[in-house]
Ligand binder design. Structure first.
Ligand SMILES: NC(=O)c1ccc[n+]([C@@H]2O[C@H](COP(=O)([O-])OP(=O)(O)OC[C@H]3O[C@@H](n4cnc5c(N)ncnc54)[C@H](O)[C@@H]3O)[C@@H](O)[C@H]2O)c1
Length: 258
C-alpha cells in the first residue's frame, strides 16, 4: 500500500457509467489518483474530464479478455507509478426467461459478470503482490437470494462472492485484501436499459415494475450510484484494513444476512 506520504492510486474498470463512474469520482474526491478504463473508451474519457484526479487510458478495454486485463493493469501502473487498489464494476444483465435463453447468452452473462472479475483479479494481484493492495469486485443482491428472470446473472454474481472469499484467503500473505459490494436496485443506465426506470409514463409497465420492486426494499427507494461508491471506496481504503473476503450488501435492506 502507499506510504503515508505517497498518493494512493486506484484503477476503476467499468468506470464509464453508473456505479463505476460514481466510484471513480468518489475516490478522486478523497484524494486518490484514479485511472479509469471501460469497454466504452469515450465514456471513460468523459468521466476523466469530470475531476482532475481522474485519468483515462485512452482506448477501449474488454474485461472479458484476459490479455486486455493484463494490458489495462500495466497501463495503469505506467500511468500512476504503482497501484494500491483495483476496482471492477463491470457487469451487464437483462430480464429474460431462463428457458427462452441460449447457451451463447449464458456464456456472455458469465463472461461479463464473473470471468471479467477473475481475469481482473489475477492481473491486479500480479501487479500488487510485492507491496500489497486491495481488490474490490461487484456482486449483486441477486447473487445472494436469486432473481426470477436473471438466473445465470445471479449464478455469476454468486460466483463473485465465492471468488472474493477464496482469493482473500489465498492472497492475505501478500497483503492483498479482496472484497465485494452487492448493490441492490440502483438508479443507473443499466436500469433504464432493462426498462425498470426511465419510462415516459409513470403509470406504464416500467412504473408498475419499479413499484413492485420497491415494495421489497425496506428503505422504499432505489439506491444512488454514489451510495454504492462510498461502500466501494471504504472497502478499497485503509478504513477497512481488517476486512477481507466479505461481500457488503448495499441495497436499502433488500436482503439481510446473518
Ligand atoms: N444498477 C443496479 O441496480 C445493480 C444492481 C446490482 C448489481 N449491479 C452491478 O453493478 C455493476 C455496475 O452496474 P451499473 O448499474 O453501474 O451498470 P452500467 O451499465 O451503468 O455500467 C457498467 C459499465 O461497465 C462497462 N462494461 C460492460 N462490459 C464491459 C467489459 N466487458 N469490459 C469493460 N467494461 C465493460 C460498461 O461499458 C459500463 O460503462 C455491475 O457489475 C452490475 O451487475 C448493478
Amino acid at each position: 500500500m502507499a506510504s503515508s506520504t505517497e498518493t494512493r492510486t486506484a484503477l476503476v474498470v467499468g468506470a464509464g457509467s453508473g456505479i463505476g463512474r460514481a466510484t471513480a469520482l468518489e475516490l478522486a474526491q478523497s484524494g486518490v489518483r484514479v485511472v479509469v478504463a471501460d469497454l466504452n473508451a469515450e465514456a471513460a474519457a468523459t468521466v476523466a474530464g469530470e475531476h482532475e484526479n481522474v485519468v483515462a487510458l485512452g482506448e477501449s478495454f474488454n474485461a472479458t479478455v484476459p490479455d486486455d486485463c493484463d494490458r489495462m493493469v500495466a497501463a495503469a501502473v505506467a500511468e500512476a507509478g504503482h497501484l494500491d487498489s483495483v476496482v471492477s464494476t463491470v457487469g451487464w444483465t437483462a430480464i429474460t426467461k431462463f428457458l427462452d435463453e441460449t447457451p451463447d447468452y449464458w456464456r456472455r452473462i458469465v463472461d461479463v459478470n464473473l470471468m471479467s472479475a477473475i481475469y481482473l483479479s489475477a492481473a491486479a494481484a500480479r501487479a500488487m503482490k510485492e507491496r500489497g493492495g486491495t481488490v474490490v469486485l461487484t456482486s449483486s443482491e441477486a447473487g445472494t437470494v436469486g432473481t426470477s428472470g436473471e438466473a445465470v446473472y445471479s449464478a455469476a454474481k454468486a460466483g463473485v462472492i465465492g471468488l472474493v472469499k477464496s482469493l482473500a484467503r489465498e492472497w492475505a500473505r501478500y497483503g492483498i485484501r479482496v472484497n465485494a459490494v452487492a448493490p441492490g436496485i440502483t438508479s443507473t443506465p443499466l436500469l433504464v436499459e432493462q426498462g425498470i426506470t426511465g419510462g415516459d409514463d409513470a403509470q406504464g409497465d416500467s412504473g408498475a415494475v419499479l413499484q413492485s420492486i420497491l415494495r421489497g426494499v425496506p428503505l422504499r427507494r432505489l439506491g444512488e450510484p454514489a451510495e454504492i461508491a462510498t461502500a466501494i471506496a471504504f472497502l478499497a481504503g485503509d478504513g477497512a484494513s481488517y476486512i477481507t473476503g466479505q461481500t457488503l450488501c448495499v441495497g436499502g435492506g433488500l436482503t439481510m444476512g446473518s
